[in-house]
Design a protein around this ligand. Sequence first.
Ligand SMILES: NC(=O)c1ccc[n+]([C@@H]2O[C@H](COP(=O)([O-])OP(=O)(O)OC[C@H]3O[C@@H](n4cnc5c(N)ncnc54)[C@H](OP(=O)(O)O)[C@@H]3O)[C@@H](O)[C@H]2O)c1
Length: 325
Amino acid sequence: MKAVVCREWSGPEALRIEDVEAPPLSARAVRIRVHAAGVNFADTLMIAGKYQVKPAFPFTPGLEVAGEAVEIGSGVGHLQPGQRVLAFLRSGGGYAEEVVVDADAAVPIPDAMDFVTAAGFPVVYGTSHFALTYRGRLKPGETLLVLGAAGGVGLTAVEIGKQLGARVIAAAGGADKLAVARDRGADEVIDYRRENIRDRVRELTGGLGADVVFDPVGGDAFDQALRAVNWEARMLVIGFASGRIQSVPANLILVKNISVIGVVWGAQAERDPVLISRNLADLLDWWEAGKLRPHIAATFPLAATGAAMQALLSRRHSGKIVVEV
Ligand SMILES: NC(=O)c1ccc[n+]([C@@H]2O[C@H](COP(=O)([O-])OP(=O)(O)OC[C@H]3O[C@@H](n4cnc5c(N)ncnc54)[C@H](OP(=O)(O)O)[C@@H]3O)[C@@H](O)[C@H]2O)c1
């Protein structure tokens, strides 16, 4: 089969498409013919050797796919050949014509959902939902501040925050991105290229600050947001897209009973695939009910996977980029 191969820690430009052996099937697994694979910031970390998971060379990156189940392991009872499914792959492998995944991680896709939309669904909606519910305990009526609010996980946090009944303040860089966040339900917006997050959040909350902060950006954005939170706020540490991992001054979290909470959806999915698949199935129900509107910014062919990752790093796009296989 054809697959994108990474042979050394590198940038997206070094990725090549090659003919490789299709992975073997085990009793508890399913083989998926991949139709589309979602692009994530974490792909760029994985191929650079900066991600939590460091596969042995040569390896194929790609953390999420949608496609057709073509071969089912002998110990699997709940899937049929021909079924349309999506799946998360913690160790990569998605930018390929076929993947083999633990059958518990394969989630059936609604008939009306196309493969491109499905491929861009699990990581961003799964992470945002897990972060805001399981980790952040966001309550109706609370104020949620989302940083990087037009990016992959940021935009889905805006949508899910609204579904959970929060007042959502979306912070991102530039008018186009803020317009996308508004369209997905943001009540207020902050352009952090020209506005100070701390000052604007205080202004928008009558001096109180945000109750929950969803932060995939880190660095300066986190530092400013930490100074604009309410009593008993929860700061959800999602990622460090800015490139700087912030340190947290303990005195600031003490004075208002603030919790700084780590969120790692991928590792949780590996530890508990049944829980994560159930959550994804619920989120697909929300999609069917019209509550979620995934935003696909661009698609690329498999041979241009490196270019797709470069497009993500360019910060020009909102929402998701997807590779079609
Ligand atoms: N903890 C978890 O379980 C989990 C799950 C998924 C993703 N993540 C992490 O969340 C972060 C975002 O992932 P994603 O896939 O949503 O990425 P993405 O679509 O590229 O979004 C990242 C956003 O960060 C902002 N940003 C700020 N500084 C940046 C910089 N120097 N370079 C690139 N973007 C920058 C950009 O928005 P502006 O241009 O508006 O600033 C961009 O929209 C990554 O760190 C990723 O590893 C964590």
